[in-house]
Design a protein around this ligand. Sequence first.
Ligand SMILES: CC(C)(COP(=O)(O)OP(=O)(O)OC[C@H]1O[C@@H](n2cnc3c(N)ncnc32)[C@H](O)[C@@H]1OP(=O)(O)O)[C@@H](O)C(=O)NCCC(=O)NCCSC(=O)CC(=O)O
Length: 412
Amino acid sequence: MGSAPANVREICRARRADGPAGVLAIGTANPANCVLQDEFPDFYFRATKSEHLTGLKDKFRRVCQKMGVRKRYLHHTEELLGAHPEFLDPHTPSLDARLDIAKAAVPELAAEASRRAIAEWGRPAADITHLVVTTNSGAHMPGVDFRLVPLLGLRPTVRRTMLYLNGCFAGAAALRVAKDLAENNRGARVLVVCAEITVQLFTRPEDGCFQTLVNQGLFGDGAGAVVVGADPVMIRTPAVVRERPIFEIVSAAQTIVPDSEDVITMHLTKGGYGGDISTRQVLVLMGDNIELCLLDAFEPLGIGTGWNDLFWAVHPGSSPVLDQVDAVLHLKPEKLAASRRVLSEYGNMFGVTVIFVLDELRRRMQNGEEGAPEWGAMLAFGPGLTVETMVLHRCVAQGTGAAPPEDKLAAA
Ligand SMILES: CC(C)(COP(=O)(O)OP(=O)(O)OC[C@H]1O[C@@H](n2cnc3c(N)ncnc32)[C@H](O)[C@@H]1OP(=O)(O)O)[C@@H](O)C(=O)NCCC(=O)NCCSC(=O)CC(=O)O
Protein backbone atom coordinates (compact mmCIF):
# COMPACT_ATOMS: atom_id res chain seq x y z
CA MET A 1 0.00 0.00 0.00
CA GLY A 2 2.80 2.41 -0.94
CA SER A 3 0.85 4.80 -3.25
CA ALA A 4 -1.42 7.62 -2.05
CA PRO A 5 -5.18 6.93 -2.16
CA ALA A 6 -6.63 7.89 -5.52
CA ASN A 7 -8.76 11.02 -5.77
CA VAL A 8 -12.29 10.00 -6.88
CA ARG A 9 -12.71 13.13 -8.99
CA GLU A 10 -9.47 12.39 -10.82
CA ILE A 11 -10.54 8.80 -11.44
CA CYS A 12 -13.84 10.02 -12.90
CA ARG A 13 -12.16 12.69 -15.01
CA ALA A 14 -9.64 10.19 -16.40
CA ARG A 15 -12.48 7.90 -17.44
CA ARG A 16 -14.15 10.58 -19.57
CA ALA A 17 -13.39 11.03 -23.24
CA ASP A 18 -11.64 14.19 -24.44
CA GLY A 19 -13.77 14.93 -27.48
CA PRO A 20 -17.42 14.78 -28.51
CA ALA A 21 -19.16 11.56 -29.53
CA GLY A 22 -19.19 11.00 -33.27
CA VAL A 23 -21.08 8.80 -35.70
CA LEU A 24 -18.32 6.44 -36.89
CA ALA A 25 -20.34 4.16 -39.20
CA ILE A 26 -23.92 3.55 -40.36
CA GLY A 27 -25.63 0.38 -41.61
CA THR A 28 -29.20 -0.17 -42.80
CA ALA A 29 -31.36 -3.15 -43.79
CA ASN A 30 -34.90 -3.90 -44.99
CA PRO A 31 -36.90 -7.09 -45.55
CA ALA A 32 -36.89 -8.43 -49.12
CA ASN A 33 -40.63 -7.84 -49.68
CA CYS A 34 -40.98 -4.48 -51.49
CA VAL A 35 -44.46 -2.95 -51.96
CA LEU A 36 -45.20 -0.09 -54.33
CA GLN A 37 -47.53 2.53 -52.87
CA ASP A 38 -49.55 2.74 -56.10
CA GLU A 39 -50.29 -0.99 -55.90
CA PHE A 40 -50.76 -1.17 -52.16
CA PRO A 41 -54.51 -0.33 -51.93
CA ASP A 42 -55.29 -3.31 -54.23
CA PHE A 43 -53.06 -5.60 -52.16
CA TYR A 44 -54.43 -4.38 -48.82
CA PHE A 45 -58.12 -4.63 -49.67
CA ARG A 46 -57.57 -8.03 -51.33
CA ALA A 47 -55.51 -9.45 -48.44
CA THR A 48 -58.08 -8.28 -45.90
CA LYS A 49 -61.06 -9.51 -47.98
CA SER A 50 -62.46 -5.98 -48.01
CA GLU A 51 -62.93 -5.43 -51.76
CA HIS A 52 -66.62 -4.71 -51.19
CA LEU A 53 -65.72 -1.49 -49.28
CA THR A 54 -65.21 0.47 -52.49
CA GLY A 55 -65.71 3.93 -50.96
CA LEU A 56 -63.22 3.22 -48.21
CA LYS A 57 -60.73 1.86 -50.73
CA ASP A 58 -60.97 5.10 -52.74
CA LYS A 59 -60.37 7.08 -49.56
CA PHE A 60 -57.39 4.85 -48.69
CA ARG A 61 -55.98 5.47 -52.15
CA ARG A 62 -56.20 9.24 -51.52
CA VAL A 63 -54.57 8.90 -48.09
CA CYS A 64 -51.75 6.78 -49.59
CA GLN A 65 -51.09 9.50 -52.14
CA LYS A 66 -50.81 12.13 -49.37
CA MET A 67 -48.07 10.33 -47.44
CA GLY A 68 -45.08 11.09 -49.71
CA VAL A 69 -44.27 7.37 -49.96
CA ARG A 70 -43.39 5.69 -53.28
CA LYS A 71 -42.45 2.28 -51.95
CA ARG A 72 -41.88 0.45 -48.65
CA TYR A 73 -40.54 -2.88 -47.43
CA LEU A 74 -42.72 -5.13 -45.28
CA HIS A 75 -41.91 -8.34 -43.46
CA HIS A 76 -45.51 -9.50 -43.78
CA THR A 77 -46.40 -10.97 -47.16
CA GLU A 78 -49.75 -12.13 -48.50
CA GLU A 79 -48.61 -15.68 -47.67
CA LEU A 80 -47.84 -14.84 -44.03
CA LEU A 81 -51.16 -13.02 -43.66
CA GLY A 82 -52.97 -15.97 -45.25
CA ALA A 83 -51.61 -18.17 -42.45
CA HIS A 84 -52.97 -15.77 -39.81
CA PRO A 85 -56.63 -14.95 -40.55
CA GLU A 86 -56.92 -13.75 -36.93
CA PHE A 87 -54.78 -10.70 -37.84
CA LEU A 88 -57.63 -9.29 -39.92
CA ASP A 89 -60.03 -8.82 -37.02
CA PRO A 90 -58.80 -6.37 -34.35
CA HIS A 91 -61.20 -7.94 -31.83
CA THR A 92 -59.76 -11.48 -32.15
CA PRO A 93 -56.79 -12.28 -29.88
CA SER A 94 -53.66 -12.32 -32.04
CA LEU A 95 -50.95 -10.72 -29.94
CA ASP A 96 -49.12 -13.98 -29.14
CA ALA A 97 -48.77 -14.89 -32.82
CA ARG A 98 -47.64 -11.37 -33.74
CA LEU A 99 -45.04 -11.36 -30.95
CA ASP A 100 -43.75 -14.76 -32.06
CA ILE A 101 -43.17 -13.39 -35.57
CA ALA A 102 -41.36 -10.35 -34.16
CA LYS A 103 -39.25 -12.49 -31.81
CA ALA A 104 -37.63 -14.25 -34.78
CA ALA A 105 -37.66 -11.51 -37.41
CA VAL A 106 -36.55 -8.39 -35.50
CA PRO A 107 -33.15 -9.73 -34.29
CA GLU A 108 -32.36 -10.99 -37.82
CA LEU A 109 -33.13 -7.60 -39.36
CA ALA A 110 -31.26 -5.80 -36.56
CA ALA A 111 -28.24 -8.06 -37.06
CA GLU A 112 -28.16 -7.39 -40.81
CA ALA A 113 -27.99 -3.61 -40.32
CA SER A 114 -25.46 -4.04 -37.48
CA ARG A 115 -23.14 -6.21 -39.56
CA ARG A 116 -23.09 -3.51 -42.23
CA ALA A 117 -22.27 -0.79 -39.68
CA ILE A 118 -19.53 -2.89 -38.07
CA ALA A 119 -18.04 -3.78 -41.48
CA GLU A 120 -17.91 -0.09 -42.41
CA TRP A 121 -16.36 0.77 -39.04
CA GLY A 122 -13.63 -1.82 -39.77
CA ARG A 123 -12.88 -2.94 -36.23
CA PRO A 124 -13.82 -6.36 -34.78
CA ALA A 125 -17.33 -6.74 -33.32
CA ALA A 126 -15.69 -7.68 -30.02
CA ASP A 127 -14.44 -4.07 -29.73
CA ILE A 128 -18.05 -2.88 -29.18
CA THR A 129 -18.29 -2.00 -25.48
CA HIS A 130 -21.95 -0.89 -25.22
CA LEU A 131 -25.15 -1.83 -27.04
CA VAL A 132 -28.28 0.37 -27.17
CA VAL A 133 -31.24 -1.27 -28.91
CA THR A 134 -34.73 0.08 -29.62
CA THR A 135 -37.86 -1.49 -31.01
CA ASN A 136 -41.60 -0.98 -30.87
CA SER A 137 -42.18 -4.39 -32.43
CA GLY A 138 -41.91 -6.68 -29.45
CA ALA A 139 -41.87 -7.03 -25.71
CA HIS A 140 -39.61 -9.95 -24.92
CA MET A 141 -37.25 -10.73 -22.05
CA PRO A 142 -34.49 -11.32 -22.82
CA GLY A 143 -34.89 -9.07 -25.81
CA VAL A 144 -33.31 -8.20 -29.15
CA ASP A 145 -30.25 -6.84 -27.35
CA PHE A 146 -29.55 -10.25 -25.81
CA ARG A 147 -30.03 -12.09 -29.12
CA LEU A 148 -27.67 -9.70 -30.92
CA VAL A 149 -24.71 -10.70 -28.74
CA PRO A 150 -24.25 -14.18 -30.28
CA LEU A 151 -25.56 -13.10 -33.70
CA LEU A 152 -22.88 -10.42 -34.00
CA GLY A 153 -20.10 -12.04 -31.95
CA LEU A 154 -20.18 -9.30 -29.31
CA ARG A 155 -18.51 -9.85 -25.95
CA PRO A 156 -20.76 -11.34 -23.26
CA THR A 157 -19.65 -8.39 -21.12
CA VAL A 158 -21.02 -5.81 -23.61
CA ARG A 159 -23.14 -3.36 -21.58
CA ARG A 160 -26.69 -3.52 -22.94
CA THR A 161 -29.54 -1.00 -22.78
CA MET A 162 -32.93 -1.95 -24.27
CA LEU A 163 -35.47 0.78 -25.08
CA TYR A 164 -38.98 -0.54 -25.83
CA LEU A 165 -41.99 1.41 -27.14
CA ASN A 166 -40.45 4.83 -27.62
CA GLY A 167 -42.35 5.31 -30.89
CA CYS A 168 -40.80 7.35 -33.62
CA PHE A 169 -38.34 9.25 -31.43
CA ALA A 170 -36.58 5.98 -30.47
CA GLY A 171 -33.70 6.41 -32.94
CA ALA A 172 -32.81 9.90 -31.73
CA ALA A 173 -33.23 8.80 -28.09
CA ALA A 174 -30.84 5.88 -28.64
CA LEU A 175 -28.25 8.19 -30.22
CA ARG A 176 -28.66 10.59 -27.27
CA VAL A 177 -27.97 7.74 -24.81
CA ALA A 178 -25.02 6.59 -26.94
CA LYS A 179 -23.53 10.08 -26.91
CA ASP A 180 -23.55 10.14 -23.10
CA LEU A 181 -22.08 6.64 -22.89
CA ALA A 182 -19.30 7.44 -25.36
CA GLU A 183 -18.37 10.74 -23.74
CA ASN A 184 -18.38 9.38 -20.19
CA ASN A 185 -16.46 6.15 -20.83
CA ARG A 186 -13.06 6.73 -22.44
CA GLY A 187 -12.57 4.34 -25.35
CA ALA A 188 -16.24 3.24 -25.42
CA ARG A 189 -17.63 2.14 -28.77
CA VAL A 190 -21.43 2.07 -28.67
CA LEU A 191 -23.49 0.13 -31.18
CA VAL A 192 -26.95 1.71 -31.57
CA VAL A 193 -29.49 -0.56 -33.26
CA CYS A 194 -33.12 0.28 -34.11
CA ALA A 195 -35.32 -2.35 -35.75
CA GLU A 196 -39.02 -2.42 -36.63
CA ILE A 197 -41.50 -4.70 -38.29
CA THR A 198 -45.09 -3.50 -38.49
CA VAL A 199 -46.96 -6.79 -38.35
CA GLN A 200 -48.31 -5.58 -34.97
CA LEU A 201 -50.24 -2.89 -36.85
CA PHE A 202 -51.79 -5.01 -39.58
CA THR A 203 -55.58 -5.26 -39.45
CA ARG A 204 -58.51 -4.91 -41.83
CA PRO A 205 -59.95 -1.51 -42.78
CA GLU A 206 -63.16 -0.43 -41.08
CA ASP A 207 -65.46 2.50 -41.79
CA GLY A 208 -64.85 5.19 -39.18
CA CYS A 209 -61.34 4.01 -38.29
CA PHE A 210 -59.13 6.54 -40.04
CA GLN A 211 -56.14 5.55 -37.90
CA THR A 212 -56.01 2.13 -39.57
CA LEU A 213 -55.76 3.81 -42.98
CA VAL A 214 -52.87 6.00 -41.79
CA ASN A 215 -51.08 2.99 -40.23
CA GLN A 216 -51.41 0.86 -43.37
CA GLY A 217 -50.46 3.66 -45.77
CA LEU A 218 -47.48 5.13 -43.94
CA PHE A 219 -45.34 2.68 -42.02
CA GLY A 220 -42.58 0.41 -43.32
CA ASP A 221 -40.14 -2.14 -41.91
CA GLY A 222 -36.39 -1.76 -41.55
CA ALA A 223 -33.38 -1.58 -39.26
CA GLY A 224 -30.62 0.98 -38.79
CA ALA A 225 -27.37 0.67 -36.87
CA VAL A 226 -24.78 3.28 -35.91
CA VAL A 227 -21.38 2.93 -34.25
CA VAL A 228 -20.83 5.89 -31.91
CA GLY A 229 -17.55 6.77 -30.23
CA ALA A 230 -15.40 9.70 -29.13
CA ASP A 231 -11.68 10.34 -29.80
CA PRO A 232 -11.24 8.42 -33.07
CA VAL A 233 -8.25 6.12 -33.18
CA MET A 234 -6.09 4.30 -35.64
CA ILE A 235 -5.49 0.65 -34.81
CA ARG A 236 -3.83 -2.34 -36.42
CA THR A 237 -6.14 -5.39 -36.52
CA PRO A 238 -3.61 -6.48 -38.21
CA ALA A 239 -4.76 -4.27 -41.12
CA VAL A 240 -4.70 -0.56 -40.31
CA VAL A 241 -8.15 0.79 -39.43
CA ARG A 242 -8.54 4.53 -39.07
CA GLU A 243 -11.83 5.64 -37.50
CA ARG A 244 -13.38 8.54 -39.36
CA PRO A 245 -16.37 10.34 -37.84
CA ILE A 246 -19.17 11.22 -40.24
CA PHE A 247 -20.95 13.62 -37.85
CA GLU A 248 -20.07 14.78 -34.34
CA ILE A 249 -23.00 14.84 -31.91
CA VAL A 250 -22.59 18.22 -30.26
CA SER A 251 -25.70 18.31 -28.07
CA ALA A 252 -28.87 16.30 -27.57
CA ALA A 253 -32.14 17.26 -25.86
CA GLN A 254 -35.66 15.99 -25.35
CA THR A 255 -38.82 18.04 -24.75
CA ILE A 256 -42.42 17.14 -23.90
CA VAL A 257 -44.83 19.46 -25.70
CA PRO A 258 -47.32 20.80 -23.10
CA ASP A 259 -50.81 19.20 -23.04
CA SER A 260 -49.83 16.59 -25.62
CA GLU A 261 -50.37 13.35 -23.71
CA ASP A 262 -53.08 12.06 -26.05
CA VAL A 263 -51.73 13.35 -29.35
CA ILE A 264 -49.76 10.25 -30.39
CA THR A 265 -50.56 7.14 -28.37
CA MET A 266 -49.83 3.48 -28.98
CA HIS A 267 -50.29 0.43 -26.78
CA LEU A 268 -50.28 -3.33 -27.16
CA THR A 269 -53.72 -4.93 -27.16
CA LYS A 270 -54.85 -8.53 -27.61
CA GLY A 271 -55.31 -7.67 -31.31
CA GLY A 272 -51.94 -5.97 -31.91
CA TYR A 273 -51.27 -2.27 -31.60
CA GLY A 274 -54.02 0.08 -30.53
CA GLY A 275 -53.69 3.81 -30.26
CA ASP A 276 -54.23 7.04 -32.06
CA ILE A 277 -52.37 9.68 -33.98
CA SER A 278 -54.49 12.81 -33.84
CA THR A 279 -53.31 13.70 -37.27
CA ARG A 280 -54.15 17.39 -37.52
CA GLN A 281 -53.22 18.15 -33.91
CA VAL A 282 -49.78 16.58 -34.50
CA LEU A 283 -49.17 19.06 -37.27
CA VAL A 284 -50.45 22.04 -35.26
CA LEU A 285 -48.47 21.24 -32.10
CA MET A 286 -45.32 20.57 -34.07
CA GLY A 287 -45.72 23.85 -35.86
CA ASP A 288 -46.18 25.69 -32.54
CA ASN A 289 -43.20 24.12 -30.77
CA ILE A 290 -40.30 23.02 -32.94
CA GLU A 291 -38.69 26.42 -33.41
CA LEU A 292 -38.51 26.93 -29.64
CA CYS A 293 -36.87 23.48 -29.24
CA LEU A 294 -34.33 24.40 -31.89
CA LEU A 295 -33.57 27.80 -30.34
CA ASP A 296 -33.04 26.09 -26.96
CA ALA A 297 -30.55 23.75 -28.63
CA PHE A 298 -28.59 26.20 -30.77
CA GLU A 299 -28.53 29.52 -28.88
CA PRO A 300 -26.52 28.30 -25.83
CA LEU A 301 -23.84 27.01 -28.22
CA GLY A 302 -23.51 30.36 -29.94
CA ILE A 303 -24.27 28.80 -33.31
CA GLY A 304 -26.21 31.06 -35.68
CA THR A 305 -29.87 30.25 -36.14
CA GLY A 306 -30.29 31.02 -39.81
CA TRP A 307 -32.12 27.76 -40.40
CA ASN A 308 -31.20 27.67 -44.09
CA ASP A 309 -27.50 27.75 -43.14
CA LEU A 310 -27.80 24.29 -41.54
CA PHE A 311 -28.13 20.76 -42.90
CA TRP A 312 -31.21 18.89 -41.69
CA ALA A 313 -32.03 15.36 -40.55
CA VAL A 314 -35.76 15.46 -39.77
CA HIS A 315 -37.83 12.37 -38.92
CA PRO A 316 -40.18 12.13 -41.91
CA GLY A 317 -43.43 11.39 -40.06
CA SER A 318 -45.31 11.93 -43.33
CA SER A 319 -45.23 14.39 -46.21
CA PRO A 320 -47.55 16.86 -44.38
CA VAL A 321 -45.24 16.64 -41.33
CA LEU A 322 -42.26 17.69 -43.47
CA ASP A 323 -44.34 20.40 -45.15
CA GLN A 324 -45.12 21.77 -41.69
CA VAL A 325 -41.42 21.85 -40.72
CA ASP A 326 -40.66 23.58 -44.04
CA ALA A 327 -43.40 26.15 -43.48
CA VAL A 328 -42.54 27.00 -39.87
CA LEU A 329 -38.78 27.32 -40.44
CA HIS A 330 -39.08 28.82 -43.95
CA LEU A 331 -36.66 26.25 -45.31
CA LYS A 332 -35.49 26.14 -48.90
CA PRO A 333 -36.96 23.12 -50.73
CA GLU A 334 -33.65 21.24 -50.88
CA LYS A 335 -33.14 21.37 -47.09
CA LEU A 336 -35.39 18.38 -46.36
CA ALA A 337 -34.40 16.45 -49.49
CA ALA A 338 -32.73 13.65 -47.47
CA SER A 339 -35.82 13.22 -45.25
CA ARG A 340 -38.19 13.30 -48.24
CA ARG A 341 -36.16 10.74 -50.16
CA VAL A 342 -36.07 8.30 -47.24
CA LEU A 343 -39.83 8.71 -46.72
CA SER A 344 -40.42 8.12 -50.42
CA GLU A 345 -38.20 5.04 -50.70
CA TYR A 346 -38.87 3.33 -47.35
CA GLY A 347 -41.92 4.89 -45.64
CA ASN A 348 -41.99 5.86 -41.97
CA MET A 349 -40.03 3.15 -40.12
CA PHE A 350 -40.55 4.65 -36.65
CA GLY A 351 -37.21 5.34 -34.90
CA VAL A 352 -35.24 3.59 -37.64
CA THR A 353 -36.08 6.31 -40.15
CA VAL A 354 -33.78 9.00 -38.79
CA ILE A 355 -30.78 6.63 -39.12
CA PHE A 356 -31.66 6.18 -42.80
CA VAL A 357 -31.82 9.98 -43.08
CA LEU A 358 -28.30 10.31 -41.60
CA ASP A 359 -27.08 7.72 -44.10
CA GLU A 360 -28.77 9.57 -46.96
CA LEU A 361 -27.32 12.91 -45.78
CA ARG A 362 -23.85 11.38 -45.72
CA ARG A 363 -24.33 10.10 -49.27
CA ARG A 364 -25.58 13.51 -50.45
CA MET A 365 -22.63 15.28 -48.79
CA GLN A 366 -20.13 12.95 -50.44
CA ASN A 367 -21.80 13.60 -53.79
CA GLY A 368 -21.75 17.35 -53.26
CA GLU A 369 -25.56 17.57 -53.14
CA GLU A 370 -25.80 19.18 -49.69
CA GLY A 371 -23.76 22.35 -50.24
CA ALA A 372 -21.34 23.44 -47.54
CA PRO A 373 -23.17 23.69 -44.17
CA GLU A 374 -20.89 22.76 -41.30
CA TRP A 375 -23.64 22.59 -38.66
CA GLY A 376 -26.83 20.61 -38.74
CA ALA A 377 -29.97 19.79 -36.79
CA MET A 378 -31.71 16.52 -36.15
CA LEU A 379 -35.40 16.64 -35.23
CA ALA A 380 -37.49 13.62 -34.30
CA PHE A 381 -41.04 13.34 -32.97
CA GLY A 382 -42.95 10.68 -31.14
CA PRO A 383 -45.55 9.79 -28.53
CA GLY A 384 -47.16 12.29 -26.30
CA LEU A 385 -45.82 14.72 -28.45
CA THR A 386 -42.14 14.39 -27.64
CA VAL A 387 -39.51 16.28 -29.61
CA GLU A 388 -35.87 15.14 -29.76
CA THR A 389 -33.38 17.78 -30.91
CA MET A 390 -29.76 17.20 -31.74
CA VAL A 391 -27.02 19.57 -32.89
CA LEU A 392 -24.68 17.89 -35.36
CA HIS A 393 -21.30 18.93 -36.74
CA ARG A 394 -20.35 17.68 -40.17
CA CYS A 395 -17.07 15.83 -40.56
CA VAL A 396 -17.73 14.18 -43.91
CA ALA A 397 -16.11 16.05 -46.78
CA GLN A 398 -17.38 16.32 -50.32
CA GLY A 399 -16.08 13.39 -52.33
CA THR A 400 -14.82 11.31 -49.39
CA GLY A 401 -15.24 10.68 -45.68
CA ALA A 402 -13.02 13.23 -43.91
CA ALA A 403 -10.19 11.89 -41.79
CA PRO A 404 -9.83 13.20 -38.24
CA PRO A 405 -6.78 15.43 -37.71
CA GLU A 406 -3.59 13.40 -37.28
CA ASP A 407 -3.09 14.67 -33.73
CA LYS A 408 -6.37 13.01 -32.73
CA LEU A 409 -5.24 9.63 -33.96
CA ALA A 410 -3.73 7.52 -31.25
CA ALA A 411 -2.23 4.13 -31.96
CA ALA A 412 -4.18 1.73 -29.77
C1 LIG B 1 -53.02 11.84 -42.40
C2 LIG B 1 -52.53 12.96 -43.33
C3 LIG B 1 -51.50 12.34 -44.29
C4 LIG B 1 -53.69 13.48 -44.15
O1 LIG B 1 -53.20 14.51 -44.93
P1 LIG B 1 -53.97 15.90 -45.02
O2 LIG B 1 -54.36 16.24 -43.63
O3 LIG B 1 -53.16 16.89 -45.77
O4 LIG B 1 -55.09 15.46 -46.02
P2 LIG B 1 -56.59 15.84 -46.19
O5 LIG B 1 -57.07 16.85 -45.21
O6 LIG B 1 -56.74 16.15 -47.62
O7 LIG B 1 -57.22 14.44 -45.87
C5 LIG B 1 -57.16 13.36 -46.75
C6 LIG B 1 -58.36 12.51 -46.46
O8 LIG B 1 -58.25 12.01 -45.11
C7 LIG B 1 -59.34 12.47 -44.33
N1 LIG B 1 -58.89 12.75 -42.99
C8 LIG B 1 -57.81 13.47 -42.63
N2 LIG B 1 -57.70 13.47 -41.29
C9 LIG B 1 -58.72 12.72 -40.81
C10 LIG B 1 -59.13 12.32 -39.51
N3 LIG B 1 -58.43 12.69 -38.43
N4 LIG B 1 -60.24 11.54 -39.39
C11 LIG B 1 -60.92 11.13 -40.49
N5 LIG B 1 -60.55 11.47 -41.75
C12 LIG B 1 -59.48 12.26 -41.90
C13 LIG B 1 -59.84 13.70 -45.01
O9 LIG B 1 -61.19 13.92 -44.70
C14 LIG B 1 -59.65 13.32 -46.47
O10 LIG B 1 -60.65 12.43 -46.87
P3 LIG B 1 -61.40 12.59 -48.28
O11 LIG B 1 -60.34 12.40 -49.33
O12 LIG B 1 -62.41 11.51 -48.27
O13 LIG B 1 -61.99 13.97 -48.31
C15 LIG B 1 -51.91 14.12 -42.52
O14 LIG B 1 -52.88 14.72 -41.69
C16 LIG B 1 -50.73 13.75 -41.70
O15 LIG B 1 -49.66 13.44 -42.21
N6 LIG B 1 -50.85 13.86 -40.40
C17 LIG B 1 -49.74 13.51 -39.51
C18 LIG B 1 -49.51 12.04 -39.57
C19 LIG B 1 -48.58 11.72 -38.50
O16 LIG B 1 -48.83 12.00 -37.36
N7 LIG B 1 -47.47 11.15 -38.86
C20 LIG B 1 -46.56 10.81 -37.86
C21 LIG B 1 -46.74 9.39 -37.59
S1 LIG B 1 -46.37 9.06 -36.00
C22 LIG B 1 -44.73 9.25 -35.88
O17 LIG B 1 -44.02 9.42 -36.81
C23 LIG B 1 -44.25 9.19 -34.52
C24 LIG B 1 -44.64 8.02 -33.67
O18 LIG B 1 -45.51 7.24 -34.01
O19 LIG B 1 -44.08 7.87 -32.62
